[in-house]
Write a protein that binds this ligand. Structure first.
Ligand code: G16
Ligand code: MG
Length: 215
């Protein structure tokens, strides 16, 4: 294995809680009740598609125009970005910094495959952006996760074929995308939640660069 591809939310940092707070505020305003169980379905899913899922869940999709939903998505994002201001280097999940520093020592490139348009800002806040050879721009994608496109692009940024890299993901949509291009998938979570992952771990402190490059 010659490179690592990282999802952001749920792998490098727990930003899902901020997405949830911002979506819940918006959903409350339009009279839709969402809870944390529903929020699981939004992990790894783009902003626009997340909003569509919320509106469908509340049977309100037909009530809003394209302009209105665009304004709602923008409002949610403003709230989300305000909440991100709290992020600091201590918010990197367990093992993240150590793993990235070790990959750098072994000269193994790392890239980010996140659906979030705020990925560069978050990596700066966490103080880990310097470890990445590239970040896939979700604006360049024709399809979001579970389509493999984002993971193929992440491998290309390292000049690798997908099957020469390992992808880390916490969402089923992401595992499906990784496996859809023949990449080795490490899921962060439990094997009941992450069907099809080649290996499941709790967090990055459970693996070493040394063992993974030998796969
Ligand atoms: C993350 C989150 C999703 C979010 C998406 C887009 O994906 O898991 O809940 O909707 O990014 O974020 P933004 O609205 O900031 O563009 P990932 O791929 O990092 O897990
Ligand atoms: Mg994720």
């Amino acid at each position: 294995m010659k490179g690592f591809v990282f999802d952001l939310d749920g792998v490098l940092a727990d930003t899902a809680k901020y997405h949830y707070i911002a979506w819940k505020r918006l959903a409350d305003e339009i009279g839709i009740q969402i809870d944390e169980a529903f929020n699981e379905q939004l992990k790894g899913i783009s902003r626009q598609e997340s909003l569509e899922r919320i509106l469908e869940y509340g049977n309100k999709a037909a009530f809003f125009s394209k302009q209105e939903t665009a304004a709602m998505a923008e409002k949610k994002n403003q709230q989300y970005v305000e909440l991100l201001d709290e992020l600091s280097p201590e918010d990197a999940l367990p093992g993240v910094r150590e793993f990235l520093a070790s990959a750098q020592q072994y000269n193994i490139p790392c890239t980010v495959a996140s659906a979030s348009k705020s990925a560069p800002f978050i990596l700066d806040k966490l103080g880990i952006r310097e470890y990445f050879a590239g970040i896939v721009d979700p604006a360049d994608l024709t399809k979001g996760k579970p389509d493999p496109e984002i993971f193929i692009k992440a491998a290309q940024l390292m000049k690798l074929k997908p099957n020469e890299a390992i992808g880390f993901e916490d969402a089923q949509a992401g595992i499906d995308g990784i496996k859809g291009c023949g990449m080795y998938a490490i899921g962060l979570g439990t094997s009941e939640q992450l069907i099809g992952a080649d290996r499941v771990i709790r967090d990055l402190s459970e693996v070493t660069v040394e063992e993974l490059i030998c796969l």
